[in-house]
Every structure is written in C-alpha cells, then in structure tokens.
Design a protein around this ligand. Structure first.
Ligand code: E4P
Length: 228
C-alpha cells in the first residue's frame, strides 16, 4: 500500500519524510487554507522537496467540467506530470474525469462517499478513487466497508483504478485497509505518528539500551565499543 501525507505544511511534510517511507502528498482546499499561502507557491515548494517522482494530488475548484479540465491542465503545467488532478465525483466531475483520462492525465476521483461514485470514477478512467472513510463513519455508515467494496468492484470489473483511501482519524482504520490490500492511503501526520507510538515500544527499546550500558558502560553502543 502506498502511503501519502494528507497535509500541506512543508515543515510537517519534511518531518514525516525524514522518518517514514512515504510515496507523496495530497491536499484539498481546506488543507491549503490552513497554510494561508499562495497555493501554487506552496505546492511548488512541496514538489521541489518531494521530487519529480513522488505523487502530488491537487484538487480543482470549479463546479463545471470545462473549468475543471482547464484547471487540471494548469495544475499539471505548474506541478509536473506526476501530479494527480483531484476531481470531485459529481456529474460534471465525471465528465471532466473522462476527458482528462482520455488525454492520459493522472486523475483522482475525490469526495467519494458511496460505492457507485467510486465505481463510476474508475470506469471514467480515474487512476485513483478516494473514499472518505471517517466522514462516511460520521454519517452512520461503515467507511472501511465502503472502501473495501469499491476496491472489490474495481477489481471485478478489471479496471486498473486503485483506492486512495482518505479521511482517517485513527491507525486502526488504516491498518484494516492495509491488510485488505488497497492501493494507497493518505493520512494526516498525527495519525502516521500514531502507527508506531506506543509506551510498550519505548520501554522495550529503553530496556535494551540499559542492559547494553550495564554490560559496556554509560553512553556506549556497537560503534564505540569496537576495538575496545
Ligand atoms: C483527501 O482526499 C481528503 O480531502 C481528505 O483526506 C479529507 O480528510 P478529512 O475528512 O479529515 O477532512
């Protein structure tokens, strides 16, 4: 499963990239608003940091297909071919997805709240569809099940579209979809940190260090004791 950062704060992106194996960055207009900067300036800085090969997913704003298509062209021109144009899966959005996909553009169908929305985006040629797991849960449905069902429907139809599961509030939601084999998940930095944040892990590592120092002396390690 590819793992992307759902955030546009360059400092946070750099911090997460330093420690975790990450495949790219996603954002939406709400995420960009939090940064309060010119979107293209910020996104170009993110692209420069993550490199040309990493995925960057950027959403269009227009409500009609023509505007979405033009925005998509501009997004790719500014940010490179490996930028995924995020298009909400509405009727106008499906029209734009069909058009951009026929040109060979990378498209992500977003704002996906139900199975048929995800299936139609895949059929229209999107490379990814993004079910909003936590937001679906908050409506009283099961976001994980919706994501799994879209995954299965796309595979059964022999479509190459992958799931880019989105809107997570906890590690367990991500783990469940990772086990199931979905193609990608985009996750906020605090939830990524939560994957391996555990007092049990910290105390196990501390105990190993203490035992080694009891054997070899304070502040020693396998480098400092060489040739001693
Ligand atoms: C990604 O495509 C979505 O825009 C994002 O994950 C939504 O997350 P939220 O429900 O936490 O706003």
């Amino acid at each position: 499963m590819k793992l992307l950062i759902d955030n546009a704060n360059l400092g946070e992106i750099k911090r997460i990239y330093e420690f975790y194996p990450i495949d790219g960055v996603t954002c939406n207009p709400t995420i960009l608003r939090k940064e309060g900067k010119n979107p293209y300036k910020l996104l170009k800085a993110i692209r420069a940091f993550i490199g040309e090969d990493a995925q960057l997913h950027v959403q269009v704003i227009g409500m009609d297909a023509i505007t979405m298509i033009e925005e998509g062209h501009q997004i790719q021109k500014e940010l490179g071919a490996n930028t995924y144009i995020k298009i909400p899966v509405t009727p106008e959005g499906l029209k734009a997805i069909k058009h951009l996909a026929s040109e060979g553009a990378n498209v992500t169908g977003t704002a996906v709240y139900n199975q048929m929305q995800g299936f139609l985006a895949g059929k229209a040629g999107a490379k990814y569809v993004a079910p909003y797991v936590n937001r679906i849960d908050n409506l009283g449905y099961d976001g994980i099940t919706v994501a799994k069902q879209i995954h299965d429907m796309l595979k059964q139809a022999n479509l190459e579209t992958n799931i880019l599961a989105a809107s997570f509030k906890n590690s367990f939601q991500v783990l469940d979809l990772c086990e199931y084999g979905v193609g990608a998940a985009t996750v906020a930095p605090d939830v990524i940190d939560g994957f391996i944040k555990s007092d049990v892990i910290t105390s196990a590592v501390d105990a190993f260090t203490k035992d080694f120092e009891a054997l070899c002396g304070e502040d020693t390690n396998m480098l400092t004791i060489a040739n001693s």
